[in-house]
Write a new protein. Structure first.
Ligand code: GLU
Length: 488
């Protein structure tokens, strides 16, 4: 296969299941997915679990679930199979062994028996001479009989690749031409043994055998790329096209971390960010469609995505923007959909809902929708409807008014609202009653103390809507309680 315009587009996401799904990894996966969709290509998921000490099945599940939750669908992968499987590196040991043997047989790799102590001494010596710490080549010319004997004797060894020293340049779709002096690598270790191959080796074998045409990954891998290209060449494999995506940065332009508000995909999900909002948000970090649009469905992203528009410099992660995008998606949902989405958060917060509460909640959601930045916000935002919080009597007094006035209008509101019968206690009637009062006083004098009496909070939706949701009995009880608070 030669990579050119006619090559079928095949990309892969190759996560190592050694931790939760980082938002940066999800973004790289999304770029791969969008690139594949845009070009009618194939998206492969490959699990790179050769680090047996740090890889776990739980992390694999979290990673795969996270990608799927974000709306990505892959054509080949450990769960789906495909023509180039298995798609879990831990199941490909035989394939790697065979390819390691090929390099050994072709004298492109060799067994190295140098001990840690010897290697350390070599490095110290090179450093003292001001030379780069490359392997000195002690074992590169051992004869076959010696190697066989030492291996049979059980002497510990690794497999090194005979690195060709040259100037190596490759064209990166995002960063342009990148050049390396491979002489600085020395003969690199590609496997600890025939059955324990290392990353740079396995990735080349897999990318080649899985017919990957474009390697799109984080730019923390740039220094691995020339090493991998040498391996592709040693096997006579076609070298894929590379695109290294700049890492996301924190607001102070340092490496993105928790302290910048970055979280794992699981955490975003748990807090009530919608998958379509998170996907939309991460797509826009370091990429833009060249116009002002900010809200994209996955289909729209797939149509607009263009790798050449991905910024070559690190892009700052802006947690507020995610909140803004999430709020846009929340507003697009119907109240019924939101009710379903919000319920788990209320349950988790220990709110038991009666049928009557559920009815009330539908109205609360319609009312608070504009204030919801994330689904879990429903817990604090709805709390006062179910239990009046403690508040200070002083809050009942509007800042442009005084206590006497507040008490007077509150008592008048109570008297007016009492006149509305239970069956007719709805927003239009409540509003009409209060507006009539406000006409003879002022809106602030009537609405402020009443709103605080009903919500116990300085900021909340208006008293008409709250009273409508609370119902006659609770509304009157809360006003009476506020009046009591204001007794001299
Ligand atoms: N398993 C590697 C990682 O998680 C993937 C590197 C690659 O895409 O080549 O960083």
């Amino acid at each position: 296969m030669k990579i050119n315009e006619t090559t079928p587009i095949r990309v892969r996401m190759a996560p190592s299941p050694t931790g939760s799904l980082h938002i940066g990894t999800a973004r790289t996966a999304l770029f791969n997915y969008l690139f594949a969709r845009r070009h009618g290509g194939t998206f492969v998921v490959r699990i790179e679990d050769t680090d047996t000490e740090r890889s776990t099945k739980e992390f694999e599940a979290v990673t795969v679930d996270g990608l799927s939750w974000l709306g990505m669908r892959w054509d080949e992968g450990p769960d789906k199979g495909g023509p180039y499987g298995p798609y879990r590196q831990s199941e490909r040991t035989e394939i790697y062994k065979e390819h390691l043997q090929k390099l050994l047989d072709g004298n492109k790799a060799y067994h190295c028996f140098c001990t840690k102590v010897e290697l350390e001494a070599q490095r110290t010596y090179l450093a003292s001479q001001g030379l780069p710490p490359v392997y000195a080549g002690t074992c590169c010319a051992l004869d076959a009989a010696t190697v066989k004997k030492r291996l049979e004797g059980g002497e510990p060894s690794v497999i090194r690749f005979r690195t060709l020293a040259k100037k190596l340049a490759f064209h990166d779709l995002i960063r342009g031409t990148i050049e390396f002096d491979t002489g600085l690598f020395g003969d690199m270790v590609i496997a600890k043994s025939l059955t324990v191959p290392l990353y740079n080796f396995t990735v080349v074998v897999d990318d080649a055998l899985m017919r990957i045409s474009h390697v799109i990954r984080g730019d923390d891998h740039i220094s691995n790329t020339p090493k991998q290209i040498l391996l592709f060449e040693a096997f006579g494999f076609d070298v894929p096209v590379f695109a290294h995506v700049p890492l996301m940065l924190g607001s102070d332009r340092s490496k993105l971390s928790k302290r910048h508000g970055a979280k794992s995909v699981t955490e975003y999900r748990a807090e009530g960010y919608l998958p379509e909002a998170v996907a939309n948000f991460i797509a826009l970090i370091g990429w833009n469609p060249g116009d002002e649009r900010e809200i994209f469905s996955m289909d729209e992203l797939a149509q607009a995505f263009d790798l050449s528009r991905v910024s070559a410099s690190g892009t700052v992660f802006n947690a507020q923007k995610l909140d803004w995008i999430n709020a846009q998606y929340i507003r697009q949902k119907s109240s019924a959909e939101l009710l379903k989405l919000c319920l788990p958060y209320l349950k988790e917060a220990g709110r038991d809902m009666t049928d009557e509460d559920l009815l009330r909640l539908t109205k609360i959601i319609a009312l608070e929708k504009e204030r919801l930045k994330k689904l879990s916000d429903i817990v604090p935002l709805s709390a006062f409807f179910f239990a009046l919080p403690e508040y200070d009597a002083a809050v009942l007094v509007w800042k442009k008014s005084d206590k006497e006035k507040a008490r007077g209008t509150l008592a008048a509101s109570l008297a007016e609202l009492e006149k509305i019968p239970e069956a007719g206690f709805d927003a239009p009637r409540i509003k009409a009653a209060l507006d009539a009062l406000a006409g003879s006083s002022s809106a602030g004098d009537v609405y402020w103390p009443l709103r605080v009496a009903l919500s116990g909070r300085e900021a909340s939706p208006g008293p008409v809507e709250i009273a409508d949701i609370l119902g006659r009995k609770e509304t009157l009880a809360r006003i009476a309680a506020a009046l009591e608070k204001m007794e001299p």
